[in-house]
Design a protein around this ligand. Structure first.
Ligand SMILES: *[C@@H]1O[C@H](CO)[C@@H](O)[C@H](O)[C@H]1NC(C)=O
Ligand SMILES: *[C@@H]1O[C@H](CO)[C@@H](O)[C@H](O)[C@H]1NC(C)=O
Ligand SMILES: *[C@@H]1O[C@H](CO)[C@@H](O)[C@H](O)[C@H]1NC(C)=O
Ligand SMILES: *[C@@H]1O[C@H](CO)[C@@H](O)[C@H](O)[C@H]1NC(C)=O
Ligand SMILES: *[C@@H]1O[C@H](CO)[C@@H](O)[C@H](O)[C@H]1NC(C)=O
Ligand SMILES: *[C@@H]1O[C@H](CO)[C@@H](O)[C@H](O)[C@H]1NC(C)=O
Length: 681
């Protein structure tokens, strides 16, 4: 304000000054102005002359004026004896290092006068220079970028600021300096601090890298500063696993067993995730289940080891198997490799089975093919050997390995044959077992020992309350002996005929008369047909007629011997007559004995009139019918199951029906009657 007033005063005083100037112009500005102005660069060095005051007069020591800066500590000085203004302190347009502008008053005194001092205002303005380089904010920079980040996606902002006055000096241009990997990341544009992906990253190629960023202003010359950006690439699951090798081979040893681990070359089968940073776990498998070769091996899931399957032993090699390694966490990421299997050596001849077995009907015709001993590889000529010579008795092997029947078999003699066979091609050999099982055929029908059976049964015994018949309700009749030539067969017996219901026959062939049958019986001779059926397939059967003569009270003397054949009728009749005669004699003898006993008992003996209750020789040997049965119990000795045909007295019913001589007669127990021989007396 004071300054302005002073200017105004000067202006008012001007006419008078001008008047005086005519006399004295000292301390007036030459350009007629009242103010001296300077415009300097802010980077003007301290001590430099920023200008000269255009004031009239000579300031030298011998001169007529003196100049001085009125303010103390002013940023401008005037060296003694000069009109120069020198800079005493640094200036700064940004007002950081010093003031951005100066106003000082220079006092001008006219020497040798008493004139008041003249005040010359001096204004110094500062113009901006590019004295600041851009400064990075937050440097150095670090960024983590997924390798899947697409081109153009933002990485981060790396701003820089220039302290110069707005304008070119403060306008920052960003650039990534050329260098390794500088192609991957760049600024979106040179005036933007945003860094973006410029080129797809690949973790597998570059994991981390460092770029140099430059921020530069537009001054002349420009100023810049550099910083570092470290980029770390993050792995993503963008890669399939990879096998160490694309192609493996394995030699299959000749004696390969199921489970044998195959050695692969050029190395163990292994794969790894190519996303190294993720390195997902893998599992291994045979790739195609469809192909037949897939069944030759098993691949261990974790280790990738290849184990032989059972089928490998006989497989046609070479074969190629595709092995697949799959990421456990992502089934879409997998790799394939081929495994070629081939034989380690020329194959040794061998049987395709360790054991061969055949089942042959015993009636198979000689020459029949029983079994083929398959070998591998099927190469001729082969020779076969059998462990035991006896093999050749019944069988033969031809050069094709076929086992043929040489002589007919018999199940009943031998039901199985076990041999070891060896095959050789002259170099190698192999052995196997051969089992030939003979199957039983129902060759024989059951055969009764006799074509016709006749039994005699004394019913009195059955009525005896004490006998075991009372308990069982069955009176033993006799036994039908049946034999079947087929060892394995069992035979079952049945009875048919009108009288069949009266009887019971058990599985041993023992025949019984049912006790209740006594009541309904209306004939002294009962006829049934016994049928034996075997268990063969198909079953075979035989029937024989069986006659049972029933004797006893009420039946006792019924009927004589029954002829089994017409030719024997006459002979039997004569025999009957002879026997009747014998019976009469016996009767007479008995009467005599009875009388004697009675007489003796009358003489004081209390002995019973009956025979002692000892059992009679109830078992009647077939061959001894005549001797024992004939004497006392001939009637009940009718079981004709013996040999000794034609020998001795045969008793009343000793009708022989053609038994086989070589079967010794069996003793048949029959409840013996306890007859009171003299009771009727
Ligand atoms: C004043 O400055 C000029 C250059 O600007 C220089 O040549 C001269 O010598 C200076 N005068 C004195 C007295 O320093
Ligand atoms: C950068 O990668 C190298 C190997 O490529 C590694 O040795 C280094 O530690 C990594 N630096 C950082 C900071 O991860
Ligand atoms: C069978 O082969 C083995 C070797 O595998 C050999 O030792 C043996 O002598 C051979 N036997 C015959 C009878 O050729
Ligand atoms: C062969 O016969 C033997 C003895 O009879 C028997 O132990 C073996 O199990 C049989 N083998 C076959 C395959 O039938
Ligand atoms: C058949 O009867 C006889 C005589 O009672 C007996 O010894 C035999 O064990 C019986 N057989 C069967 C299979 O029941
Ligand atoms: C004897 O009895 C049976 C039934 O048990 C009968 O079928 C048959 O006709 C009878 N015979 C006579 C001669 O009465």
């Amino acid at each position: 304000m004071a300054f302005l007033l002073r200017i105004a005063a000067l202006a008012i005083l001007a006419p008078s000054v001008r008047l005086q100037a005519i006399q004295d112009s000292r301390c007036y500005l030459m350009n007629g102005g009242a103010v001296e102005s300077f415009f300097i660069s802010e980077d003007t060095p301290v001590g430099s002359v920023i200008g000269t005051l255009s004031v009239n007069g000579d300031p030298s020591p011998s001169g007529d004026i003196s100049l001085s800066v009125q303010e103390r500590d002013a940023a401008l000085r005037i060296p003694a004896g000069s009109k120069n203004l020198t800079l005493a302190r640094a200036l700064d347009r940004e007002q950081r290092a010093g003031p951005a502008s100066l106003y000082v008053n220079v006092r001008c005194d006219r020497r040798g006068t008493t004139d008041p001092s003249f005040i010359i205002p001096v204004s110094v303005r500062v113009w901006d220079v590019n004295d600041n380089a851009p400064e990075w904010i937050g440097a150095p920079f670090e960024a983590r970028v997924s390798e899947l980040a697409s081109v153009g996606s933002r990485v981060l902002a790396a701003p820089a600021r220039d302290a110069d006055q707005p304008g070119p000096h403060a306008t920052v241009h960003y650039v990534v300096l050329p260098g390794p990997h500088s192609e991957f990341i760049g600024f979106a544009n040179e005036l933007d601090s945003t860094l973006v992906v410029k080129k797809p990253l690949d973790y597998e190629r570059v994991r981390n890298f460092t770029l140099t960023l430059r921020a530069q202003d537009a001054g002349t010359p420009p100023r810049y500063s550099d910083t570092q950006l470290t980029v770390r690439v993050l792995d993503a699951d963008d890669q399939n696993p990879k096998f160490t090798h694309d192609h493996y081979t394995a030699l299959v040893p000749d004696d390969v067993q199921e489970g044998t681990i195959l050695k692969t070359s050029p190395g163990p089968i292994s794969a790894a995730d190519q996303d190294v940073g993720i390195n997902a776990p893998l599992y291994y498998a045979v790739a195609s289940e469809a192909g037949s070769s897939a069944a030759l091996v098993r691949v261990e899931r974790e280790s990738g080891r290849v184990a032989a399957a059972a089928a490998l032993r006989d497989a046609d090699l070479p074969a190629t198997i595709v092995i697949k390694a799959t990421q456990v966490d992502n089934a879409d990421r997998y790799a394939l490799a081929a495994l070629e299997l081939s034989r380690a050596a020329p194959r040794r001849v061998r049987f395709l089975r360790r054991a061969f077995a055949a089942r042959v009907r015993e009636d198979a015709a000689p020459g029949a093919l029983l079994l083929a001993l398959h070998t591998a590889p099927p190469q001729a000529p082969l020779q076969f050997y059998v462990s035991d010579k006896s093999f050749l008795d019944k069988f033969a092997i031809n050069s094709a390995g076929e086992v043929l029947l040489k002589k007919s078999l018999d199940y009943e003699t031998t039901d199985s044959y076990n041999y070891q066979v060896m095959v050789t091609d002259g170099v190698s050999n192999d052995t196997a077992t051969v089992n030939i099982t003979v199957l039983n055929v129902n060759e024989w029908e059951p055969r009764f020992r006799f074509p016709h059976y006749e039994f005699q049964l004394d019913t009195d015994a059955m009525e005896d309350e004490d006998s075991d018949v009372a308990a069982s309700g069955l009176g033993a009749v006799g036994r039908l002996e049946v034999h079947d030539g087929d060892r394995a067969d069992s035979v079952s017996l049945t009875l048919r005929g009108t009288h069949a219901p009266l009887f019971y026959i058990n599985d041993s062939g023992e025949m019984f008369l049912r006790r209740e049958a006594l009541a309904t019986m209306n004939s002294s001779v009962l006829h049934v047909v016994a049928t034996a059926v075997d268990s063969g397939d198909p079953p075979r059967q035989t029937s024989v007629p069986v006659s049972v003569r029933v004797v006893g009270r009420g039946w006792g003397a019924l009927g004589g011997a029954r002829g089994g054949g017409g030719t024997r009728g006459a002979a039997l009749g004569a025999l009957g007559a002879a026997l009747a005669l014998l019976a009469l004699l016996v009767l007479a003898l008995l009467l005599y004995i009875c009388r004697r006993r009675r007489r003796r008992s009358k003489n004081g003996s209390a002995s019973a009139l009956t025979l002692p209750p000892e059992k009679p020789p109830s078992a009647v040997g077939v061959g001894s019918v005549g001797s024992t049965g004939g004497t006392r119990n001939a009637v009940s000795a009718g079981e004709a199951v013996g040999s000794g045909e034609g020998g001795g007295a045969r008793g009343l019913s000793a009708k022989r029906v053609g038994g086989r001589q070589h079967h010794p007669g069996r003793l048949h127990r029959q409840p013996g009657p306890r007859r009171q021989w003299c009771a009727s007396e």
